[in-house]
Design a protein around this ligand. Structure first.
Ligand SMILES: *Cc1c(COP(=O)(O)O)cnc(C)c1O
Length: 392
């Protein structure tokens, strides 16, 4: 769009200037339905009054003093996160990648305290953990790594959803995994995958580190996806939906791991400042007050039944994967063109892994909006699959 920006993004030819709930308006005043929530960020929709008010109130009082001083809202937010996740302590940062960086540093310190000189972290194929050097190394997608070698040492990769592929080794200190793979195409593991990972980590004293940056904050119908399995991780990372649009990430830990990051071992200038913590507190309050975890479950069921009906018997629809408001519809061929076709119909969607239509609508969606999303997406899929496949 502009030569003064680095060309690392390829934005669609639309610019939004205003939002309300699941609606967005562009510079021309055209209204769009948002089935992506800024990639699972705006779970409460756009301009939610509780978040807006919290931000405005705090902006009038104080934005930032640094972590050299106490921050009351940071303490309150940590208390709230500990309560809803079952974890014991929190470190705040500004993004998902940074939350995972903290997790990786915790795992390395944990290893060194056990006398392991080359701590190794198990990661999976198909995963996405961020774009910093360590997190792109952890990411299971060669496209994200190419050109950035040498990668960071101390990772070992296994296939996703395959416990038997994990071969114990004395250097292993932990496993970093997404409970549901998001960027990699909404891939759901077997129902007992996390339970088995938990047991394996217990057996070997490895840290179970769950990247819930996309699945967390109500997205799957619980605060965190592991809560469907009644287990607890040792380390948990959150970001995206935590601030509903203000940049905030969190790395939480449990038991003795909760005290590994001692003074001087890690930090962030902006991390957990009064502004973002007020916003995140408003997010948690609102999810509780508006009963949005249950709403996400109900909507997930609604989408599940709706899409199964609308797409029944269509050759070329390989799979429909839905957990709460994480929705993946896998087609039998690349379908990235559907993104701009949906945009022409004033609907925001995404395609992950080239063949998976990915929908991450806000938790405040109405049934009528869900109907509209299903109607447009089903229509586009039908049209698309009639097009003969061209080679090349
Ligand atoms: C988005 C995402 C990240 C990276 O978050 P950023 O805020 O972009 O750094 C990490 N892990 C998962 C699972 C994600 O979906």
């Amino acid at each position: 769009m502009s030569t003064s920006l680095m060309p690392n993004y390829k934005p669609l030819p639309v610019t939004f200037v205003k939002g309300e709930g699941a609606w967005l308006w562009d510079t021309q005043g055209t209204r769009y339905l948002d089935a992506l929530s800024g990639i699972a960020v705006c779970g409460l929709g756009h301009a939610h009054p509780a978040v807006t008010n919290a931000i405005c109130e705090q902006a009038h009082l104080l934005l930032h003093t640094s972590n050299l001083y106490g921050i009351a809202h940071q303490q309150r937010l940590a208390d709230a996160l500990v309560r809803i996740t079952g974890m014991d302590s929190t470190f705040f940062c500004n993004s998902g990648a940074e939350a995972n960086e903290a997790a990786l540093k915790i795992a390395r310190l944990y290893g060194h305290r056990l006398g392991i000189k080359r701590p190794t972290i198990i990661v999976t194929e198909g995963s996405f953990h961020g774009r910093t050097l360590a997190t792109l190394t952890a990411t299971g997608n060669p496209k994200i790594q190419v050109g950035f070698e040498p990668l960071v040492e101390g990772f070992s990769r296994v296939p996703y959803n395959n416990i038997d592929a994990i071969i114990p080794h004395p250097d292993i200190v932990g496993i970093l995994v997404e409970p549901i793979i998001g960027e990699g195409g909404i891939i759901m593991p077997d129902a007992d995958y996390l339970v088995k990972l938990r047991a394996l980590c217990d057996q070997h004293h490895w840290l179970l580190m769950l990247d819930e940056i996309q699945t967390g904050m109500g997205r799957t119908g619980e605060w965190c996806a592991y809560q469907h399995n009644n287990i607890l991780p040792d380390v948990l990372t959150l970001a995206k939906g935590l601030g509903n649009g203000v940049p905030i990430g969190a790395c939480l830990a449990r038991g003795s791991v909760a005290e590994i990051l001692t003074a001087g071992t890690h930090g962030s200038t902006f991390g957990g400042n009064p502004l973002v913590c007020r916003a995140a507190l408003a997010v948690i309050d609102t999810i509780e007050q508006e009963n949005l975890l249950q709403r996400a479950q109900v909507l997930g069921e609604y989408f599940s039944q709706g899409f199964k009906k609308a797409l029944a018997g269509i050759n070329g629809v390989v799979d429909i994967r839905i957990k709460g408001l994480m929705i993946g519809i896998e087609l039998d061929k690349p379908c990235t063109q559907l993104i701009s076709q949906a945009l022409e119909k004033q609907l925001l969607i995404n395609v992950a892994s080239e063949r998976v239509i990915r929908l991450l609508p806000p938790l405040i969606l109405s049934n009528a909006q869900a109907d509209e999303i299903m109607s447009i997406v089903s229509h586009l899929i039908r049209e698309f699959l009639k097009v003969p496949v061209t080679e090349g």
